[in-house]
Ligand binder design. Structure first.
Ligand code: ADP
Ligand code: MG
Length: 671
């Protein structure tokens, strides 16, 4: 049975259902098998009617005496059946399923599985699953451990269960070598899918899932490794070599000493740039770890070799900030920097050496001439397509650019390697020296006024500045007019509280000129307090701001709170983060306490990982992050194991021939 074929080939799955299945991410037969139950109902308890107790999960085999539409006392439409076996009668109730009258005919024999409860003083089965009793076929929905699937409103669990049940009558080819299965104690594939969907005992389910999770990570890893191989073979880039003395000039002209991890990352980047295969590297560093200058060094190397660089940032504010930073960095070397955003295209002095901008870089006609390096900052904010597009646009004469992506999303290394597996990874795991740890306070309503007074005093006495961030009302990432109104109201309130202070307001809907002005005023100190929506979250760097107030902190995830807090603590002065909350929930409290306990994004990522349910993980709901079907990102041991086995496979393709056969077929069938 070839599992790479489309589900539409399956009996009873036509075009329409194939389309509905695709909404669940199910395209091939294998996808269908990997659509594993999210829970099971144990209906193995087959009972005679007279022995059933309340609240029991049971299966009965019974004959239908009558079935009718009724209206309950509360006016709900329902369907009531009376059924019997040789020990007695009982009733069955469904709500709002009139079609059941067509399926269940008086006098016929059915199996029913459900939960028994009291209704009008009679033991009643509520909305049980049912199937005709027949000596010929095995039961699918009753009398066993029954799998329950994620569904859409157009496909129900029963339908999926039936399709999978019939598909599982086949045997499937094992594609892993026998000795690998033995060595790593993996169930064979056929057995694993059968057990996951229709387990005989619940004991074996974990093992079966592990095997399927293994497949998932393993295939992902193999793909990454093959892609890396291809890249080495088929793409070339510009070789960039920077003489040590020139680099030292650059380092010495910086206003600070590089941290060890900055130096290490720069070294790793320079090694990549020397090669003729293009670099594809991710710099992962906590907020404030100094990623910009690392990318700056790479751009400097390109510049000294006569090449251009492109810096792409997710917001205009951030692009402008990079423009300023890089302009300063390159001024001593007469490097020409230009800024390209949707409202601006300031290509100064003709040809440019560095183009900084937002995704406007992609669609504005910029005269890219000799781009050897593309830097994508806060890369998790971009889609895979945008990243690929910018690389393509700047490619000339069949030469691809070196690509450096940067992110402050501290995904644990094992996960990053799997999720972004075709990237090489550099990590900035230390903050620049002299940073004072940020003190975090949780501020309940009764302490709010005291907190405002304290902020006022701090501003007066230490000449520092403060951010006050108001959350977006709903979870959406975009700012609607309603939210702007909310932040404006808050702004007026704060103007009354801080009467003698200079306040500015920043939100996404301001005209770019206005945004620029507010930020510039704040940067140069002519504003004391910047009231803002979470637009300040990404990348903003203003060292004299030492107070970060986050309103309704419970509405933010740990990742975002950490990013926001990372806006302060960048200078020499002591910094504070005040988490305002009115929530009394224990869970919220725990989350906010984690912020107090830890200042490391990597640590918070781990905490978040533990606190959330499987499947979800810190910052993972992002573009380009593979969705898992069976495996969970928490399972770092399995990730490590699959990586090792994938490496073994790449180096011994004969032994793993079936794996590569499968990959090939997948590509052919899906293209
Ligand atoms: P992020 O990693 O969050 O992008 P930035 O690149 O914006 O961090 O750097 C944060 C701040 O730290 C900037 O003001 C930058 O000038 C400063 N900085 C970067 N590297 C160092 C260093 N080695 N020593 C001191 N300050 C540094
Ligand atoms: Mg940054």
């Amino acid at each position: 049975m070839d599992l790479t074929t489309s589900v539409s080939e399956l009996a009873n799955v036509g075009e329409i259902y194939a389309k509905r299945l695709s909404k669940l991410g199910i395209l091939t037969l294998e996808d269908l098998l990997m659509h594993v139950p999210f829970r099971y109902e144990d209906f193995t308890n087959i009972k005679k009617i007279s022995t059933i107790k309340a609240k029991e999960n049971v299966t009965i085999h019974a004959k239908i005496e009558s079935i009718t539409n009724i209206t309950t006392k509360r006016g709900r439409k329902a369907q009531l059946a009376i059924v019997f076996d040789e020990t007695g009668k009982m009733q069955i109730l469904w709500f709002n399923q009139p079609y059941i009258l067509y399926a269940l005919k008086t006098g016929s024999d059915f199996a029913f599985s459900g939960n028994a409860q009291w209704f009008n003083k009679k033991l009643t089965l509520f909305a049980p699953v049912y199937e005709p009793l027949s000596s010929k076929s095995e039961s699918i929905h009753t009398g066993r451990i029954v799998p329950i699937y994620h569904t859409t409103n157009k496909i129900n669990s029963k339908w999926i269960r039936t399709r999978i049940f019939h598909l599982l009558k086949n045997d499937f080819e094992e594609f892993l070598p026998e000795d690998i299965l033995k060595k790593h104690n993996l169930m064979d594939f056929t057995n694993a899918v059968k057990t996951v969907h229709f387990p005989e005992k619940s004991d074996n389910i974990e093992n079966a899932r592990k095997r399927l999770a293994f497949n998932e990570f393993f295939m992902q890893q193999i793909k990454w490794l093959m892609r890396a191989e291809d890249r080495k073979k088929f793409t070339i880039s510009h070789k960039i070599n920077i003489p040590k003395s020139l680099y030292l000039n650059f380092v010495n002209s910086l206003p600070f000493k590089l941290t060890q991890s900055q130096e290490r990352s720069i070294k790793e980047i320079f090694e990549d740039l020397k090669k003729k295969t293009p670099m594809n590297r991710l710099v992962e560093g906590d907020v404030g770890s100094g990623k910009t200058v690392v990318a700056g060094a790479a751009a400097f190397a390109a510049f000294t070799n006569g090449f251009q660089s492109v810096f792409m940032a997710p917001t205009q504010i951030l692009a402008e900030q990079h423009y300023n930073t890089l302009s300063k960095l390159f001024a001593p070397y007469k490097g020409r920097v230009s800024l390209i955003t949707s409202t601006k295209k300031s290509i100064e002095m003709g040809r440019s050496d560095i183009f900084v901008g937002t995704h406007a870089l992609i669609y504005k006609k910029v005269d890219f001439d000799k781009v050897a390096l593309v830097v994508i900052d806060e890369s998790h904010r971009f889609g895979v397509n945008e990243r690929a597009k910018i690389a393509k646009i700047v490619s000339k004469n069949k030469k691809s650019p070196h690509i450096l992506t940067m992110t402050a999303t501290p995904i644990p290394r094992t996960i990053a390697l799997t999720a972004y597996g075709d990237l090489d990874l550099s990590t900035l795991d230390e903050l620049p020296k002299g940073r004072k740890p940020i003190t975090t306070w949780i501020v309940p309503p009764e302490k709010r006024n005291g907190a405002y007074e304290w902020i006022s005093k701090e501003i007066d006495e230490n000449k520092v500045q403060a951010f006050i961030v108001c959350p977006l009302i709903d979870e959406s990432q975009v700012e609607t007019l309603k939210e702007i109104k909310a932040v404006k109201t808050e702004f007026e309130k704060l103007q009354n509280i801080f009467k003698d202070k200079r306040l500015g307001l920043l939100h996404g809907k301001l005209k770019s000129k206005e945004k620029e002005k507010v930020l510039e005023d704040f940067r140069k100190g002519s504003l004391d307090i910047l009231v803002s929506t979470p637009v300040v979250e990404v990348g903003i760097d203003i060292p004299n701001a030492t107070i970060m107030v986050i309103e309704a902190a419970e509405r933010f995830g740990l990742a975002q709170l950490h990013q926001l807090r990372g806006r302060v603590g960048r200078g020499e002065k002591k910094s504070y983060c005040l988490l305002f909350t009115e929530s009394k929930s224990e869970k919220v409290n725990q989350r906010l306490l984690a912020m107090k306990k830890s200042i490391s994004g990597f640590e918070l990522a781990e905490i978040d990982l533990q606190m959330r349910g499987p499947g979800e993980i810190y910052g993972v709901a992002q573009h380009g992050f593979p969705q898992l079907k069976v495996a969970t990102w928490q399972d770092s041991n399995l990730i490590k194991l699959t990586r090792l086995v994938a490496q073994e496979a790449i180096s011994d393709k004969n032994k793993f021939a079936k794996v590569f056969e499968k990959l090939n077929k997948l590509e052919v069938n899906l293209n």
